[in-house]
Design a protein around this ligand. Structure first.
Ligand SMILES: [Zn+2]
Length: 325
């Protein structure tokens, strides 16, 4: 039985020193905004939505150290869950994913607002970040994964997000999915979840394994592509080493058909150490157990996306099943 299969390798990425950058310049800790006098998009790049996902934080530090300023519109850079990041421990990296709950399941309609219970750490932080996210026209949300695997772009279900991501040259696997049963992601919040609002574009990039040096390379490459596509910057404004011209092949589009959620019951497991992009050839193959019933592939050539048991409490996503388009 495989309980989990994180990388056995030691973290290559160090935690960046954010002391010079954590105050921000907006009155919201960790949030920077630089405005041009020219009209243009309000662009937002987010990192550390999960406190143990360091690659995006490195990309933002590089952008801040480079003194980047937008040619038009405004550039916002946000270190999102600093309280979780502050707990980062290279020997126990999952502990710093969040403090009280996952910051990336609290968006959308926010049924937790307005109750009598005191807000927890991540709920407080979402309310601080909310005006920043709701002001943005374009969002690039930089994440990494607990297991090794290829970089993924998560586009949500509306085609215009995936069309933009393809045009930017987003990672090799572009995954259209509805998110998580446990709650709405930042990338699906408000305008980003409105099919009519095709001016609002969001892409969540899983840049690779949390500890891989290559995840920082992917984050910087995506930042370069995103800033140039948005009009915020031109290539000549940016360090040339950010851009990886032959990092990847033509993107493959995947449509998530099932998000398998952990159920109450015995501990969930997979039948083998599956990884993202593994293809299960035969319909009806048992790939694991969700706690209540076997997890069975619903069609031939089923692609597995982010199989994970690290945070496998009931309600958490265990694996997504996808078709190749
Ligand atoms: Zn993440």
């Amino acid at each position: 039985m495989n309980r989990s299969f994180p990388s056995a390798k030691a973290f290559e990425l160090q935690a960046p020193d954010l002391n010079a950058w954590r105050a921000g310049n907006t009155g919201v800790e960790g949030v920077w905004r630089f405005a041009s006098t020219q009209p243009g998009r309000e662009v937002l790049v987010t990192a550390l939505v999960h406190g143990n996902e360091l690659c995006g934080a490195w990309a933002l530090v590089e952008a801040l150290e480079a003194g980047l300023r937008p040619r038009c519109g405004a550039l916002n850079l946000a270190f999102c869950n600093l309280a979780a990041f502050d707990r980062f421990d290279p020997t126990n990296t999952d502990r710093s994913r969040f403090v009280d709950q996952d910051l990336n399941r609290l968006w959308g309609r926010m049924p937790w607002r307005g109750g009598s219970a005191p807000l927890d750490c991540e709920q407080e932080r979402v309310l601080q970040l909310l005006p920043v996210v709701e002001r943005a026209d374009w969002l690039l949300d930089l994440h990494s994964m607990h297991a090794e695997g290829p970089a993924l772009g998560l586009t949500g279900l509306m085609a215009h997000h995936a069309d933009h991501a393809l045009a930017w040259g987003a990672p090799g696997l572009l995954v259209a999915d509805a998110g998580h049963a446990a709650g709405t992601r930042m990338r699906d919040h408000g305008r980003f979840g409105d099919a009519q609002d095709t001016e609002a574009v969001a892409l969540l990039v899983e840049c690779g394994w949390h500890g891989a040096e290559s995840s920082r390379t992917v984050a910087l490459d995506m930042l370069h592509r995103f800033l140039c596509a948005s009009g915020c910057a031109q290539a000549s404004d940016l360090p040339t080493r950010w851009r990886q011209n032959d990092l990847r092949q033509a993107p493959q589009r995947l449509q998530v058909t099932h998000a398998i959620t952990v159920q109450p019951g015995p501990a969930p497991h997979f039948t083998k150490a599956y990884r993202t992009a593994d293809v299960v050839a035969r319909q009806g193959t048992v790939i694991g157990h969700d706690g209540a019933s076997p997890v069975v592939t619903p069609y031939d050539n089923c692609v597995l996306v982010m199989p994970s048991l690290v945070h496998a409490k009931p309600g958490a996503t265990m694996v997504r099943l996808a078709r190749q388009e």
